[in-house]
Design a protein around this ligand. Structure first.
Ligand code: MG
Length: 383
């Protein structure tokens, strides 16, 4: 790795961990963050959590785990090119979806509605909650005790009210400051990964067609280029040839546009990055437009496809019914979760009980949620 740029996150300038720990002997602080994330329970569960498709729909679709790996890989490439801290970037990317509920966005929306009277539910905030509170790996503290910079990167957005309650890591939302460049980058890598893999998964599922994609400029341009080079190419080789060009286009533009912005802004430290009025990492206007067009296409053609909607409506019902049952009678939850609920309720009242239920549901994988639902509602199922 080339030497870090002055505006990168340098671990000697880290704002540290919530609980002081001796320096690692043979790793950097941010490598330690990454390793803790990879060893976490929530990380292993990502393999059975989905993005768009439910986990049992097929073995070839992206799961949250493979999505997170793709995000980390894309982001590391950009971080290396911009001389940002690759290890911190990787840690943020691997952790960014740890708080996701089962069944992707449908699950999160349903849980948010269930929690409307109790502070709501937001997967981004939940990812931070997982690494700060919910992981049980250490004798002396809850959570993984990650560095400030990594926690800041995980918390992509946050309401004013939540920001105040969060303390240090929420400050930037109150003071209207920017996060470090590694955190800014993770956002874009996330988008590049899911926009492109959702095209592939959507085609594989037969929910979107190459003909329909002809209206998407980013796809159509490279589709034409690939066919000119390889006349008659079809099927998955064609799709992959187009998609890798699309990813390359987005990544290259992100590197070039961000370097230009960094040069113009003349930032010489992470403090100066934080004080900017806007993100310094970003696409050019033209590529932002192309990317937006792709996103809109996926929203209309894939995420709102009737087959996806049937799945999401089932998923919402499962989450809602699980929540209602556990909230009405926390004694239905396994012992550990029930005990947490009792403890939280003693301090925070019904909101404490609701949060314990939400934490339990959010931690479930797709298949575990389906099984729990059956165990609760199907008299023929073993409990
Ligand atoms: Mg993501």
């Amino acid at each position: 790795m080339s030497a870090l740029a002055p505006y990168a996150a340098h671990e000697e300038q880290s704002r540290g961990r919530r609980h002081a720990e001796p320096k690692p002997a043979y790793r950097s602080e941010y490598q330690r963050d990454r390793d803790r994330i990879v060893h976490s329970t929530a990380f292993r569960r990502l393999v059975y959590k989905t993005q768009v498709f439910v986990n049992h729909e097929g073995d070839l679709y992206r799961t949250r785990l493979t999505h997170s790996l793709e995000v980390a890989q894309i982001a590391r490439t950009v971080a290396g090119a911009l001389r940002l801290n690759e290890e911190l970037t990787e840690a943020i990317c691997l952790a960014h979806d740890l708080g996701h509920t089962p069944f992707g966005h449908a699950g999160q929306d349903a849980l948010n509605e269930c929690m409307a009277d109790f502070g709501g539910f937001e997967h981004n905030l939940q990812s931070l909650r997982v690494v700060d509170e919910l992981e049980e790996h250490y004798a002396d503290f809850n959570g993984l005790n990650l560095s400030f910079e990594c926690r800041e990167g995980i918390l992509k957005h946050c309401s004013y009210k939540n920001a105040i309650a969060l303390g240090d890591v929420g400050e930037r939302f109150v003071n209207r400051e920017q996060p470090g460049l590694e955190a800014q980058l993770a956002n874009f890598a996330d988008e590049i990964a899911y926009n492109n893999h959702d095209v592939e998964d959507g085609i594989r599922a037969g929910l979107i067609s190459i003909e329909a994609l002809a209206g998407v400029h980013l796809f159509a341009g490279y589709h034409g280029e690939v066919l000119a080079l390889h006349p008659g190419l079809s099927g998955r080789r064609l799709v992959y040839e187009v998609l890798r060009r699309m990813i390359n286009h987005l990544v290259t533009d992100l590197i070039d546009s961000s370097s230009a912005r960094l040069r113009v802004a003349g930032v010489a430290s992470i403090q100066q990055v934080r004080a900017q009025r806007a993100f310094l990492i970003g696409f050019s206007e033209e590529t932002a437009r192309l990317n937006q067009e792709l996103k809109s296409f996926l929203r209309e053609q894939l995420y709102r496809h009737y087959k996806v909607r049937r799945m999401t409506s089932k998923a919402r019902r499962v989450v809602r019914e699980l929540f209602d049952a556990f909230f009405a009678d926390p004694g239905l939850m396994p012992d550990g979760h029930r005990a947490t609920g009792t403890r939280r309720e003693a301090v925070h009242g019904p909101a404490g009980r609701a949060r314990a239920v939400a934490d339990y549901i959010a931690g479930m994988t797709d298949r575990y949620a389906i099984l729990e639902h059956r165990r609760l509602f199907d008299p023929a199922e073993r409990t």
